[in-house]
Design a protein around this ligand. Structure first.
Ligand SMILES: [Zn+2]
Ligand SMILES: [Zn+2]
Length: 133
C-alpha cells in the first residue's frame, strides 16, 4: 500500500503522523485478514509500547479506519469500516486455521427487535472451513 494513502487517511482524521501509526496501518492494510493484538505486536516488533499500541488501535477504530471482530474471547482487527450502511458486515471464521475473513460483499442480516429494544450492533459470524484449508 502506498504510504501517501496512509498519510492521507491520518490527515483526514486529524491524526498526527507517527512512525507507529504508519507501520500499524501499513501492516493491517497489507494483511489479507483480521489480525489479533499479538499478531500485530509481533509484526511491529518487540519495542512497541503496549499501551501506545492499544491506544492507537482504539483511536483508529473510533474514527472508522479499523474495525474489531470478537470471537471466543479473542479480538481481531481488520482494515476498513465495519459500519457501511449502519450495520456490520459478516465475518467468516475458519475452524481449521482460525483465520478471520471479512465478508464485505454480504449484505448484513437485519433483525427486527421487539418494541422498546434498540439494536446497536449486529455481529454476523459464519463458521466453517476456508478455501485454503
Ligand atoms: Zn482455514
Ligand atoms: Zn471485517
Amino acid at each position: 500500500m502506498e504510504y501517501a494513502m496512509i498519510d492521507g487517511l491520518l490527515q483526514k482524521q486529524g491524526l498526527k503522523r507517527t512512525k507507529l501509526r504508519v507501520a500499524l496501518l501499513h501492516y493491517l492494510f497489507s494483511a489479507k485478514h483480521a489480525q489479533s493484538y499479538s499478531d500485530i505486536k509481533q509484526a511491529l516488533g518487540a519495542n512497541v509500547d503496549r499501551s501506545t499500541l492499544y491506544r492507537n488501535l482504539t483511536t483508529f477504530e473510533q474514527v472508522g479506519i479499523l474495525h474489531r471482530i470478537e470471537h471466543d474471547g479473542v479480538t481481531k482487527y481488520a482494515f476498513g469500516k465495519a459500519h457501511e450502511h449502519g450495520l456490520n458486515h459478516a465475518h467468516f471464521i475458519c475452524e481449521e486455521c482460525e483465520t478471520v475473513y471479512c465478508m464485505e460483499e454480504f449484505t448484513p442480516l437485519q433483525f427486527s427487535v421487539p418494541k422498546g429494544f434498540k439494536t446497536q450492533k449486529v455481529q454476523t459470524i459464519i463458521r466453517g472451513i476456508c478455501a485454503d484449508c
